[in-house]
Write a protein that binds this ligand. Structure first.
Ligand code: LMR
Length: 400
């Protein structure tokens, strides 16, 4: 009965890891998926996460009961505080409805499905380019995707004028997906002044902001600084949505732990929104998993552990910055043609190199370096020992 099922293509990001795993070469390097590696090229479990897990294991009172449909209450409160700020007026007024979801993707999916059911505008504007999964998640949830200009390949920076023009001509009330910080794949963020202009434009047209916050702490190394754009939008009393992921900043990738928040006008609205979110979640996966959210809540509610987390997070962010510098220096010393300063200017986990698909294919074939076909490399996957190999590959790809 399934004989007519056709072979589906691999995922453009996760499929890179599949190809990498099949490659027997000892020099292979995976710069595809945005997943942090140590200087030794190994995945990292944060010390504070191990400590939290140990505490959970030692706690004899813990059981494995179902969580509520909306997830772990402590986790939800603390996640809202983390992104909106402890003194957020929206939190103080009880205007925020937060539900625990399956990391960033699950949060986006639940939020989008809610909007498709309850919001009068089904059109969502997403940046060009954006994370490859965005259009798929949003479309399948019932929204209709349109793009706004974001990146300028000529400057390898923000196309701010294009962004303002496209949002300026969006229909009033349209939803706008915004990367809260460390834009994926470009590593290019608006300045705070530009964010303010974006906010003014969006509010004047009644556009609804839907933040995807997958890298809080990775852009500047500071959790609060990276949340500023979101807080700017919340400060004016208006509505917004935020999808949070703990995959990168707590290294909880496979635990699938994230949160979706709706900032509403009143506490009463927030409570009704939450009741409807339950109707989205229950038939989708019933209720979320316990373990990851318990780790996060343990860390967020303990002052010392929270502090330890910020130090470990900063160390990851700093190592990535040092990789940027090392790769830039290595290309300079090879005299690689072109301006490579965007490697040090871009922020977060990724560099949007400007390499084209053909050059990427060449680097994979000849150098066993794996990356997405749009030329994005995960700086978090690089280490000092591998920098010369990567620089040689880029040099040859652009000069051959
Ligand atoms: C990425 O862009 O590499 C990450 O967000 C991982 C993923 O799920 O694609």
């Amino acid at each position: 009965v399934f004989a007519n099922v056709v072979q589906a293509p691999e995922d453009p990001i996760l499929g890179v890891t599949v190809a990498y795993n099949k490659d027997p070469s000892p020099v292979k390097l995976n710069l595809g998926v945005g997943a942090y590696r140590t200087e030794e090229g190994k995945p990292l479990v944060l010390n504070v996460v191990s400590r939290a897990e140990q505490m959970l294991v030692n706690d004899q009172s813990r059981v494995k009961e179902y969580l509520p449909i909306t997830g772990l209450a402590d986790f939800n409160k603390l996640s809202a505080k983390l992104i909106f700020g402890a003194d957020s007026p929206a939190i103080q007024d009880n205007r925020v409805a937060t539900v625990q979801c399956l990391s960033g993707t699950g949060s986006l999916r639940v939020g989008a499905e809610f909007l498709a059911r309850h919001y009068h505008q089904r059109t969502i504007y997403i940046p060009l380019p954006t994370w490859g999964n965005h259009p798929k998640v949003l479309t399948i949830a019932g929204l209709s995707v349109k793009y706004y200009r974001y990146y300028d390949p000529a400057t390898r920076g923000l196309n701010f004028q294009g962004l303002l023009e496209d949002l300026g001509s969006a229909p009033s009330g349209a939803i706008v997906l915004l990367h809260a910080c460390a834009h994926n794949p470009t590593g290019v963020d608006p300045t705070l002044e530009q964010w303010d202009q974006i906010k003014q434009l969006m509010r004047s047209k009644g556009l609804l902001p839907f933040f995807d916050s997958a890298y809080q702490g990775f852009a500047s190394g500071s959790l609060d600084a990276d949340a500023q754009p979101v807080r700017l939008f919340v400060a004016d009393g208006g509505e917004c949505l935020a999808a949070q992921s703990y995959a990168k900043n707590m290294g909880l990738y496979g635990e699938r732990v994230g949160a979706l928040s709706f900032v509403c006008r009143t506490a009463d609205v927030a409570s009704r929104v939450e009741s409807q979110l339950k109707l989205v979640i229950r038939p989708m996966y019933s209720n979320p998993p316990l373990h990851g959210a318990s780790i996060v809540a343990t860390i967020l509610k303990d002052r010392d552990m929270f502090h330890e987390w910020t130090i470990e997070l900063k160390a990851m962010a700093d190592r990535i910055i040092s990789m940027r510098q090392q790769l830039f220096d290595a290309l300079q010393s090879r005299g690689t043609p072109g301006d490579w300063s965007h490697i040090i200017k871009q922020i977060g986990m990724f560099t949007f190199t400007g390499l084209n698909t053909e050059q990427v294919v060449f680097m994979t074939k000849e150098y066993h370096i794996y990356m997405t076909s749009d030329g994005r490399i995960s700086m978090a996957g690089l280490n000092s020992k591998k920098v010369p190999h990567l620089a040689d590959a880029i040099h040859e790809a652009v000069t051959r």
